[in-house]
Design a protein around this ligand. Structure first.
Ligand SMILES: Nc1nc2c(ncn2[C@@H]2O[C@H](COP(=O)(O)OP(=O)(O)OP(=O)(O)O)[C@@H](O)[C@H]2O)c(=O)[nH]1
Ligand SMILES: [Mg+2]
Length: 300
């Protein structure tokens, strides 16, 4: 796991060598992924940033309140209720997180002494009637370490969510916990719906998606399966490293593909082609090193 530093060095080298291999925009993207990885590495092991995302009214804010143990996030009947990202931060250590929060781009922050090493981010709905909400989700999600994806019995199968969104995230399987909330409304059908949800997630590209069932409100309230999943599946340090390694692996794959077309358009200029080949080889090295780190971690 200590190879993350070497991976960041390799990412910086890939950026330096990418000038002629990538468009300005792609180069900026690769550079921002590399920068973000290096900065996030500075806070390794201290806190895990977990965003709650999903459709409107599924119970994201309610689940956060239950986990924190106090009503920090607004829960409502009017849809959508949450229109701004809100970070709930472990109280005792808040001062040290300012840099991390600035990096996340989340302005609204509340402290809770009841949280330990988790920072929870309540997000607006993904399937909003309000375009701005979706943009907030798309902006914040790539910056967090892990995601609790909250679905409800009505919307868990929505094509918009699966096709437009979740399928693009399947390489981040280790970062996701899937929740079917409001199972109190299913009257004995919960297991069948959970199996169907898991099946749809498999079609989105997740290999072994695990769906936990919760009830965030009412007399049968029970969020213990989510608590267990957070504690058992999301080790603070490993999750951050896996997230960053996956970011770098995907960025390297995309850069390598683009370098191939740059090399084709450089035919006739042997020196240029050599420089692009060197960049492409560096993208491959970065992708392989990131995949190797992920593999090592999976074996541990
Ligand atoms: N029956 C039932 N109702 C729930 C449950 N969880 C939340 N609710 C209700 O569902 C409604 C929406 O809850 P929120 O927590 O505001 O949902 P949200 O996902 O944050 O919604 P947005 O902020 O609009 O995206 C509220 O009326 C809650 O009381 C549950 O497990 N069972
Ligand atoms: Mg909400």
């Amino acid at each position: 796991m200590s190879n993350l530093g070497a991976l960041c060095d390799l990412a910086d080298l890939a950026v330096v060598r990418s000038e002629e291999a990538l468009s300005h925009e792609s180069r900026e993207h690769l550079a921002s992924v590399a920068r973000r990885a290096r900065r996030r590495r500075g806070f390794l092991g201290e806190v895990l940033v977990v965003a709650f995302a999903g459709g409107t009214g599924t119970g994201k804010s309610s689940l956060i309140n239950e986990i924190v143990g106090e009503p920090v996030a607004a829960v409502g009947i009017a849809r959508p209720t949450t229109t701004e990202a809100l970070a709930v931060i472990p109280g005792a250590t808040m001062a040290g997180f300012d840099g991390l929060l600035d990096e996340l781009g989340v302005g609204r922050r509340v402290e809770s002494d009841l949280l330990d090493s988790l920072m929870l981010v309540d997000l607006p709905d993904f399937d909003s009637t309000q375009e701005a909400n979706r943009r907030i989700v798309e902006d914040v999600l790539p910056r967090v370490d892990a995601v609790v994806w909250v679905a409800d019995p009505e919307k868990y199968a929505d094509a918009v969510i699966h096709v437009d969104f979740l399928s693009a995230w399947s390489q981040y399987e280790g970062q996701f916990i899937f929740v079917l909330n409001q199972v109190d409304r299913l009257e004995g059908e919960a297991d069948r719906v959970v199996a169907h949800f898991a099946d749809l997630l498999t079609r989105d590209g997740f290999t072994t998606p695990e769906v936990v069932q919760t009830i965030a409100r009412g007399p049968d309230k029970d969020i213990s399966p989510l608590r267990s999943a957070l504690a058992d599946r999301l080790d603070t340090k490993r999750t951050v490293i896996a997230k960053l390694a996956t970011d770098l692996k995907i960025a390297a794959q995309n850069a390598w593909i683009e370098a191939g077309s740059s090399a084709r358009s450089g035919i006739g200029d042997a020196a240029l082609r050599d420089r692009i080949s060197l960049a492409a080889a560096t993208f491959v090295s970065l992708g392989v090193a990131a995949a190797d780190l992920l593999h090592q971690m999976a074996e541990e």
